[in-house]
Design a protein around this ligand. Structure first.
Ligand SMILES: NC(=O)c1ccc[n+]([C@@H]2O[C@H](COP(=O)([O-])OP(=O)(O)OC[C@H]3O[C@@H](n4cnc5c(N)ncnc54)[C@H](O)[C@@H]3O)[C@@H](O)[C@H]2O)c1
Length: 354
């Protein structure tokens, strides 16, 4: 089985590839081809040496917007798991062009190639952000689609485009909508790793607005297990379906900041003499900030026989430990000029009076 993984060098994609190759999945195992443009968020170091040495792993540095390349690669594939995207909401507010290009147009290019090459399963990784703020709780797959950021809108467009290819061309598609992931190898601009690494460096943890906004936090390995189930189950059960992956619990940003400082404090990794309130910095709210996301995962339970396993406090502890042990990985990223420039501009915007 030849499996094309777009965006496989990013956070969720690399965790997915590691698990698929470790698991074997079938008697012969999957032959995995990662197609990744290695944007600022992609990182070859997300793959340990045993992945690079695995004969079932091929890495192609390339862009999903490169139509010829995508068509060439697609010819030898059976299945696609499509992660590639620009993913940081804050950046989409600053400059939306790459989000529309990769997330929407890039998905279109993949779909066109897939329908001309007889792909047997196309798993599209959408996001809970397409829903906008919860109008009821928990949010099932029938919740209205009301994206509140350019990122979310580009992803919503892609999500519906995938559905249209299923309806119009009978392309065997499945749309997975994961809620907020956290875990190993997450790019340190995202909330949890940003807070952990800032705390480790003795810097402040900037909280948008009241900090009472909540998200449904999903351990990345649980998310990956759900996607793997979508590869394993009988296609006729899930084709054309939208499936949430989440935990059914939501936690506020204030809670997360507090918990991170508590874990680090008990590990003595941050100076204990600095109180919680001195570590927290209140900045203005992000424009269009979604207030609440909380998943119903009943459908995933029913169709994929999947449910989340990791308890949040335990997963957060594991994540903190990973960032303590892998300082070299994130320090190299945070020292890049590109990272520092975005951080400086974005937070000076949030620190300015509205
Ligand atoms: N992280 C989350 O909490 C979360 C939650 C729900 C859904 N998702 C979705 O899951 C997917 C993966 O998210 P992530 O957090 O791992 O993202 P990420 O930003 O860590 O990784 C994205 C990867 O895509 C690659 N990429 C970007 N543009 C590309 C292009 N034009 N061609 C080829 N490769 C390209 C990047 O190099 C990178 O390796 C995305 O589609 C995202 O929308 C993420």
């Amino acid at each position: 089985m030849n499996l094309l993984v777009t965006g496989g060098a990013g956070f969720i994609g690399s965790n997915f590839v590691k698990k698929v190759l470790a698991k074997g999945l079938s008697a012969d195992g999957y032959k995995v081809t990662v197609l990744d443009a290695l944007t600022y968020a992609g990182n070859k170091k997300n793959f340990p040496p045993d992945i690079w040495n695995n004969p079932n792993f091929t890495f192609i540095k390339g862009n999903i917007l490169d139509r010829d390349l995508v068509h060439r690669i697609m010819h030898s594939q059976d299945t696609v798991v499509h992660f590639a995207a620009y993913t940081h909401i804050d950046r989409s507010i600053d400059l939306s062009d790459p989000f529309i290009d990769t997330d929407f147009k890039g998905t279109h290019i993949l779909l066109e190639a897939a329908r001309h090459t007889g792909i047997k399963r196309f798993i599209h990784i959408s996001t809970s952000e397409v829903y906008g703020s919860a109008m009821y709780a928990p949010m099932d797959e029938e919740h209205p689609i009301k994206p509140q950021s350019p990122y979310a809108a580009a992803k919503a467009g892609a999500d519906r485009l995938v559905y249209s290819y299923c309806m119009t061309y009978n392309l065997p598609c499945v749309i997975i909508r994961p809620f907020n992931n956290y875990g190993y190898n997450q790019y340190p601009e995202k909330l949890i790793p940003y807070f952990i690494t800032n705390a480790l460096d003795g810097k402040s943890l900037p909280i948008y607005g009241s900090g009472e906004n909540t998200r449904d936090w999903l351990w990345v390995e649980d998310c990956v297990d759900g996607i793997i189930r979508a590869l394993e189950v009988d296609g006729s059960q899930i084709e054309g379906k939208v499936i949430n992956l989440g935990t059914g619990k939501d936690l506020s940003v204030n809670y997360i900041a507090e918990k991170i400082l508590e874990i680090l404090g008990s590990k003595n990794a941050v100076q204990k003499n600095k109180s919680f309130s001195r570590r927290i910095e209140r900045v203005r709210d992000r424009p269009g900030h979604v207030k609440r996301l909380i998943a119903s995962y009943d459908k995933a339970k029913r169709l994929l026989d999947w449910q989340p396993k990791m308890d949040f406090d335990e997963g957060l502890k594991k994540t903190v430990e990973w960032y303590i042990k892998n300082r070299e990985w994130w320090e190299e990223i945070k020292e890049r000029e590109e990272f520092k420039t975005f951080e400086r501009n974005w937070y000076s915007f949030l620190r300015s009076v509205s």
